[in-house]
Design a protein around this ligand. Sequence first.
Ligand SMILES: Nc1nc2c(ncn2[C@@H]2O[C@H](COP(=O)(O)OP(=O)(O)OP(=O)(O)O)[C@@H](O)[C@H]2O)c(=O)[nH]1
Ligand SMILES: [Mg+2]
Length: 392
Amino acid sequence: MPANLPPEARKKWAEVEETKNPKERLQRMEEFLSLVPKHKGTAKTCAQVKKQMASLRKELEEKRRKKAGKAKGPKLFIEKEGAAQIALISLTKAGKSSLLSAITHAKVEVSSSPYTTREPVPGIMDYQDMQLQIVEAPALIEGAADGRAWGPKTLGIARNADGLIILVDLSQDPVKQMSLILEEMTKARISTSKPKSRVEVERRFMGAGLRIIVTGKLLDCTFRDVEELLKGYNVRDGVVKIHGEATLGEVEDAIFETMLYKPAIIVANKIDIDGAEGNLKLLKAYVGSRLPIVAVSSETGTGLRNLGETLVKALDIIRVYTKEPNEREYSKKPFVLRKNSTIYDLARSIHSDFKDNFNFAKVWSKRLVFSPQRVGASFTLEDGDVVEIHLK
Ligand SMILES: Nc1nc2c(ncn2[C@@H]2O[C@H](COP(=O)(O)OP(=O)(O)OP(=O)(O)O)[C@@H](O)[C@H]2O)c(=O)[nH]1
Ligand SMILES: [Mg+2]
């Protein structure tokens, strides 16, 4: 459905993209909406822009409140470490601290009184030859997405992470917990289901430049058209991924979408308790095939060894080992990349100069008919590949 916006509306959106100040941005969005003709073809775009406006208004209000109360917030984010950062999210007393101390060396206070953990706490979990950073977020509360208490902090941690563990307490009604958590997250524009749209627009910091990755097929346009469209809207920094078959209209829609996708798993805790099995059944019936569920006891250790595998699968990451030319042994420590990464992505993550001096690479893998195989920068990597990069 191409939104087919008139040129003045496109121009106005380009101004929106340029504006960082929330107040001015809001104003320009309003102007933008007044320039969009109202019909079925533009309804989705309008709804998405309105959602963005609502969250901007909330942000402004929050700022005003903070100023009034002089409440200087402590650190919102935890510096990323390891292959991926996973936020541990639950209602209070589900056992976040217990789980964190069972799977990492982090020192945290476990308590039977509610709201014990008030600041995010990180820990490192070893899984095979990878390290995953797990961050306990302060308990999610009803109204978090509306700015209640430390709610924005908790949701901020979830937004910033690479993935989520949603912890459910099997001694309590699991459906109530899940629906509250999912509702708050949806309100905060965080989704745990893979985007249905075949186009993802990931905004990056200013100056990062624009990268368009087409793994599928563009139906009614060329790569250049996509580039032109994005430039027309002033989207200059970010990664645009196009999977499957997509039209230019779908790319245009994605510019206005603000939902952030986070891969997630559910960890059902306290399986050691009487009645836990029944609640686990209820949870499974409610969740269906939407998210994987691992049942554990942080107290007895039951089920904890299944956690790493489920988590890594959900995160869609792969491990790639590198080798120096003329050396036999490859690195023990892998590079961890997103699934479908290419040699180019690997080269970039090793050294920023590598991508300019890249000549060719050799890949060792059981899946290849000829191993090692000589490949170019666009070769798609898989978990366990060994790569030797040759520079010019
Ligand atoms: N039986 C049983 N009790 C558990 C388990 N995990 C945690 N608990 C208990 O549940 C209570 C809350 O545990 P915490 O780990 O402090 O929970 P939390 O989610 O970190 O709680 P807040 O940080 O206060 O929101 C404590 O009394 C724990 O002993 C478990 O697997 N089995
Ligand atoms: Mg805690």
